[in-house]
Design a protein around this ligand. Sequence first.
Ligand code: AMP
Ligand code: MG
Length: 349
Amino acid sequence: MTKVVKLDRDNPDMNLIDEAAAILLNGGLVAFPTETVYGIGANSLNPDAVAKIFVAKGRPQDNPLILHIAEFQDLFKYAKNVSNDSLKLAHQFWPGPLTMIFEKSDIVPSINTAGMNTVAIRMPSNKIAHTLIKRAGVPVSAPSANLSGKPSPTDASHVISDLYGRVDMIIDGGSCDVGVESTVVDMTGEIPTILRPGGITKEMIMDVVGSVDVDPVVYKKPSLDVKPKSPGMKYKHYSPDAEVYIVKGNIGDVIKKIQELTEFQLNNGKKVGIMATEQTCEKYRNGEVLVVGNREKPETIAKNLFRCLREFDKKGVDVVYAEGFDYDEIGLAIMNRLEKAAGYREINA
Ligand code: AMP
Ligand code: MG
């Protein structure tokens, strides 16, 4: 049985937080909101509990988990050889949507790290997440609370539809602020390397540490001969049931192309979804049009992206045409998720 509870995200009921913490300490699973997406959490130090996460999500065993902490000094319990740059980034962006990869300390059970000698650590800022981890007094391994391959959940209703009956508790804390998963940065090399773009952008990291690399897998379709440093990047991900295509180019051409493609599909009896923006939505006369956000405020697009993909599934569309975005700032994370949702199907307008 799954218990669903609602918590005020600014002022969570401590009795319910303690009940959730007790579930974690007893080896159970709790899904909870973070500022990025909802997570499915287990006590990182209990390998049997962590194993349940992989079963509940259907997650491949070779895809390692992020350890979530609530106290800065806990970093040194679970990571070794923490560099100066890492400390600077932690001071600047923790608590917040930044995950860093370190050499792992021996007390981290290897089920968390898929047998690797590195560990991913983050301190979430969402008050429910932060308080829960603090009260549990253990690090919490928490990947996104969706069935593996589905779009990440940014609202409790998404978690309920994917994981009800598979976890002990679901905490409903409203919709997530950032909407895409944390930025993952490998701190074990000479220069910090972004393995997964997210809410903390390349530009923001550069401002703090001067230089940063982006792993090639972020920009292109992973091929079988390239082993990504972040195992999760090789999997099909974020996919709705519909076939998604990204239409790229200057926005005027993109609109025209989507209109043409929609017309063609409708004539073939297909149901078409269009992922548009506040600036463009009125141009589309046919198809199921959803507004993902405002082009002038790309953070609104990140926030609504996964919800939009799930809504297209609810509407039962066969094909989705999504307008493309620029690859800078948060756009890099938006396009990375969209490309995965689209299985890298792209059309140039
Ligand atoms: P999720 O928690 O589902 O958002 O995914 C966590 C992401 O972090 C996945 O892409 C993992 O492959 C990546 N990750 C976790 N631990 C490590 C690690 N030790 N080295 C590299 N990538 C990692
Ligand atoms: Mg995930």
